[in-house]
Ligand binder design. Structure first.
Ligand code: NGS
Length: 296
């Protein structure tokens, strides 16, 4: 059973509108949301208000201004479960934040281009100057953080990779651990660090490799990635079918470090077009054509 597969984004908006226009006095009692992995998703004790494009905890000044970016292609069922959980998680940590769904639209290719989506999402954030975002969280849509001690706070001069141990929901296998080099899944970094490595390569179409490419960029630019301790860096992975593998990924990786300056965030504007921006109560939903005519 896929969690929340039968609800719509409008249902989520209604839920937020009823429960979250938040000042201390006008909040209504609501039933906690039930999900298979977080049984008590509730916001009631944490007053929040939405102003100038960000969610703010009332009476608290957060240490950072955070944008959570979720690249997306055809996994709405994961996105809905994710959105419920990430708001609750962010609020328990008293973050000042926004959530951006960056969804791929591509008339010419059905291959997922996560690098272009994230570059586009970061550019969008950077263009919204008044948001003044100081921490970017690049977040896979299928990963639900399970420990509130996994602080979604950027380190000033080190990217932080937080998906250290991951369990598949519905599997008996327990937590797996990945290779040391991996920085995919969930990565926190400042906009400055993102620019320092020129973001992601734009050339990866299909599943795999774009995150390893970023890892190589960081090594080349002498950027050292840190991780939280094992006990808190735990995630539940939502079920989903697997995407098309990118057969070209190993060749691309071989030449990754020579492309850093010429293929990445700086080059994104000519490759993509934001075709729709929808401000919902719970997320900003961008639709991005990652494959505009004439781009390679
Ligand atoms: C590696 C992929 C990464 C991917 C990682 C974990 O093999 O892009 O697996 O994948 N690298 C290459 O293919 C070169 S996961 O188990 O999360 O689906 O992130």
């Amino acid at each position: 059973v896929t969690p929340h597969s039968n609800i719509t984004f409008d249902d989520i908006d209604n839920f937020y509108q009823k429960t979250l226009p938040m000042s201390n006095n006008n909040r209504k009692k609501t039933k906690p949301l039930q999900t298979p992995f977080a049984t008590n998703v509730t916001f009631e004790n944490i007053p929040y208000e939405y102003k100038n494009g960000l969610w703010h905890p009332v009476g608290v000044i957060s240490v950072q201004r955070t944008a959570i970016l979720i690249p997306l292609q055809g996994r709405d069922f994961n996105a809905k479960a994710f959105i419920f959980n990430i708001h609750a998680f962010a609020r328990r940590q008293l973050l000042t934040y926004t959530v951006l769904l960056v969804e791929q639209v591509s008339p010419r290719s059905d291959r997922f281009n996560k690098g272009r989506l994230l570059n586009a999402g970061v550019r969008y954030i950077e263009n919204q100057k008044s948001l003044n975002i100081t921490c970017l969280i690049l977040h896979d849509v299928d990963l639900i953080p399970e420990n509130d001690g996994n602080y979604y706070v950027c380190e000033p001069s080190h990217p932080k990779h937080t998906t250290v141990r991951v369990r598949q929901i519905g599997s008996k296998r327990g937590y797996s651990r990945y290779y040391e080099f991996l920085i995919g899944g969930v990565l926190l970094l400042t906009p400055d660090m993102y620019r320092q490595v020129n973001g992601f390569s734009n050339l990866y179409w299909g599943w795999g490799g774009e995150d390893d490419d970023l890892s190589l960029r960081m090594i080349q630019r002498r950027v050292c990635v840190v991780r939280p301790v094992d006990a808190v860096a735990v995630y539940a992975a939502l079920p989903h079918p697997h995407g098309h593998r990118n057969d070209a990924r190993f060749n691309l990786l071989a030449w990754s470090t020579v492309r850093v300056d010429g293929d990445g965030y700086k080059q994104i504007d000519s490759l993509i077009e934001i075709v729709d921006v929808k401000q919902r109560s719970s997320v900003v939903h961008l639709k991005v054509n990652v494959d505009v005519e004439g781009s390679e």
